[in-house]
Every structure is written in C-alpha cells, then in structure tokens.
Design a protein around this ligand. Sequence first.
Ligand code: 5AD
Ligand code: SF4
Length: 529
Amino acid sequence: MDKGTKKDYSKYFDFSDAKIVSQEDGRTTYKINGRNIQINAAPSYQDEKRRGKEDIQVLAFGNAETEAAMEQFRELNQGRQHYYSITTYGCQMNEHDTEVMRGLFEAMGFQPTEDRSQADVILLNTCAVRENAEDKVFGELGHLKGLKLEKPGLILGVCGCMSQEAAVVNRIMQKHAFVDLIFGTHNIHRLPHLLQDAYFGKEMVVEVWSKEGDIIENLPKKREGMRAWVNIMYGCDKFCTYCIVPYTRGKERSRLPEDVIAEVRELARQGYKEITLLGQNVNAYGKDFTDREYRFGDLMDAIREVGIPRVRFTTSHPRDFDDHLIEVLAKGGNLVEHIHLPVQSGSSEVLKRMSRKYTREHFLDLVRRIKAAIPDVVLTTDIIVGFPGETEEQFEETLSLVREVKFASAFTFIYSPREGTPAASMEDNVPYEVKQQRLVRLNELIAELSLESNESLRGQTIEVLVEGQSKNNPNVLSGRTRSNKLIHFEGPKEWIGEFVQVRVTKPQTWYITAEAVSPPERAALSHGA
Ligand code: 5AD
Ligand code: SF4
C-alpha cells in the first residue's frame, strides 16, 4: 500500500470553523451553510475499522422513552394520516433492514405509499458496495430536492451503508442540506427518536454510530409475500481488501440460536413457504459465542427440523465452509440444493491480494467435496474483474475456474475502488476498457454455462414455488425451483404462493419455460410448524 496517499479521514468531521448553536447531552448543533445540523454521532473511519473485545449484549427492543416517542406519532397519525416511502438499494441485508423500518413506521401509525408526492417521510436505504450504487443515490437526492421545495414539511432521510461513510455524510451536509435525517446501520432501532428530532426539531439530524451496537431482538418487522429473510448474524470481520462492508456493518455478531429458531418456528406457523438465512458471511456464524461451541452447521441441522418447506442461506465465504456444514446440507429435506459461494477470482495471486484467505486449489477442493456430498447441487457465485493489477493470465484463470466449477449463474462486477479500503490505494495499471472487455467475456461464459445448466433439466418434472404473475403476460406465472432457477409457465393467479409441479419444455439462458403437470398439492398448502 502506498502510505503517501493515505487519507486523514478525521478531516471530514472537523467543524472547528462552523458556528456551534448549542451543545447538550452529547449532541452538538452546528450552523452549516445556513442550516442547523444536530449531530448526535458522526461516522468515524478509525472506529469502524476497530474490532473491540467487548461482549455484545442481546437486548429487547423498546423502553418507556421509545414507547412515548411511538405514541406521539400514533397520536399525530390519528389527527391526520401520514405516509412513508422507503427505497431500498443493494443487498438482502438492506431489504431486511427495510422490513424492520416498515415495521417501526406501521407500529407508529404510518401507512405505506408508492406515490412519493403523497409521502410525509421518504427514506433512501442505501448501498455503498460499489461507486455506481452511490451515484444512483446522489442522482435520486437531486430529484427529491424538487419535491422537498414543493413540500417543506416532508422529512427526507438517508440511511443504510452510505450513511456510515464520513465522506458521504459530509457531502450531504455541505451540498444536499435539504436532507433532514441521516442515520447509520447500527441506529435503525432508534428510528422513532430520530424521527421525533427531525419532525419536531426541524433541524438536520445526524446519528451514525461507528461502533456496532448490541443485538436488538423483538423489533417489529413488516414482511411481504410468502418468502421471509431471517437475519442470523450482523457484520463482517473478513476485511477483504476491496470491500467496504466490514466498515459499514461493523464486527461479526451472531444472534443466539434460540432466538433464530424461535423466529423460524413463528414464520412456519404463519405459513411462510421459504426463508433465507442472512449474514454477510453466514459461515462465521457462532464464532463469536464465548459460552458455547455452536456453528452454522449446527444451526442448519436444527432448522432442518422446523416445518418450513424451503430454507436458503446467503452469503457464504468459502474459507469457513466446513465439512460438518456440508454433511448437514447433504441431508436435504427443507435445506435446498443451491449454494451461493462467492469466489471473486480464479487466480491465487489475486485472491491473496484480495485477502480472501483461500487459494484457487482450496476453492476447487471445497467444490469437489460439496459436489461429492450433494450430487445435484447448483452453485452460483460472485466475481470481480479488473482488480488492481489483474493480468490477462490471471483473468483467464478466473475463466478456467468458472468453466471447471460450472457455476449455473453469477453476479459479476468490475472492481470499484472504495475509499478507505486497502485495495483503493493499490497500484492499478489495468485500463478501464480492458476491465469492461473482461466483464463481457466473463458474462458470455456465464451465459453459456447457465444455458447448459438449464438445458440439463429439459423434460424433467420439478417443483416450483409460484411467486407472481409475469409482468408482460398475466396468464404466465413465475416462480423458483429449489435450486433458485426462474421458471415461467401458464396458470391461474390463485396458484401464487403455492408449490406446483411443472415439466420443463424450453430451457433458455436466464429462465426456463415449463408447463404445469398438476394443480398445487393440498399437502403442500397445509404444512405446519
Ligand atoms: N468492487 C466491485 N465489486 C465489489 N463487491 C464488493 N466490493 C466490491 C468492490 N469494491 C462485490 C463482491 C461481493 C458482492 C456483494 O459485491 O463480489 O461478493
Ligand atoms: Fe466484504 Fe469479504 Fe466480508 Fe464479503 S466476506 S462482506 S466480500 S469483507
């Protein structure tokens, strides 16, 4: 790493020149560009990087103060109905956080709206993983400025991973001063209080905890459809050199197995058909427990006993994928035969610079062990092309690994430098056009393998969980197989949410056309916990 280009991130929150309006209870209100900004806590790169030894507490959501804040909004909503709108960017973790915020809004008497001009509160739940995700949010803020000018009472908030970046918060405070609320990924449970400050205080409120907080259980959640996300752990300690997530999401903290299992049982009781266990690196589950030896394989083995038809998980890190987990997954049942296993690169040299902590050979060996134990497994992956200094030969090693593993599909990305991460200061001599060409070449190979994988199902009868109607044709339903393949077939909308057996008639590259063999089985309709 070139030390000379290292930045001093503390400069982003040096407001020594700004006028202090007030200071109380650890909150400072500044006047910046004519707007009062109340800072409860500001993001700090140094703190986000730190991994403390202190124990994480598991707390129940809510206390008398929170209840009073929520009651104040319920009363407000009895006087006049207020509406909220949340736009979610990025990964399933953000989708899940949005479900929690929706739960909180609705517990405060707000109603959802798709129409932003009707909304009283608009939140952007943002993603920081690549620069283009951030550009989208700044573009969106530009659009929302007009709405805010028309409706000054509108509360406009930015939350999620971008809020954890000091540079972003600073840019919003300086250049998008019409934003009313910025809060971080560890502050979601504080929404009632933050909203109260923003709504009644009329100042811009900034609260971004850099150090991860405790695990808060019993937060309300508003889920939709027949599939549910279940968070099993928060944060990431892997610090892959390109990745901002360990900074924005804090250190690894696992929820207690009894809390996870109770939530899954409750979802089964409510009739959910599919759950996805979520974590930035689910294979590290339980590593942080000090009072017990309990890992992801043990959790999956316990969830196998719960009467929910399909259980998925994402995302796995190849490094922590142990033999016990493979053994448990091989038992099948509700544990589906699809594993998303991000490889990132097929070159051991690049993997080393990415600090992935496995080699090409380790990865291929893991794949061999998985395929031996689960013969019908479908593997998908994430790949980054154009990592700093990636040579043509190293890129070709990625192509050959992809071909050898035969991934059924992949999320592929051009490397995007993230400020503050080690890779951002690595020398990069690969021209952008070359990176783009590599992405095209990789995507062509993935398309070929995806078609090959779909083609292998021709004529077979498979189970589909019907998710909805096709956007283009209401007679066509779409759903997913256990291996997460997208299926289109004709059927009535009453089948949405049900399991249907279909025969594959026309495999295509990104989806499969099929025909229903028989209507949904009643047995599948009445599973219990
Ligand atoms: N540039 C490009 N892709 C990235 N990812 C994470 N960080 C970056 C980055 N800086 C990709 C990885 C990860 C997926 C969620 O996003 O492939 O698995
Ligand atoms: Fe990022 Fe690596 Fe953690 Fe995944 S395992 S979230 S890529 S640091």
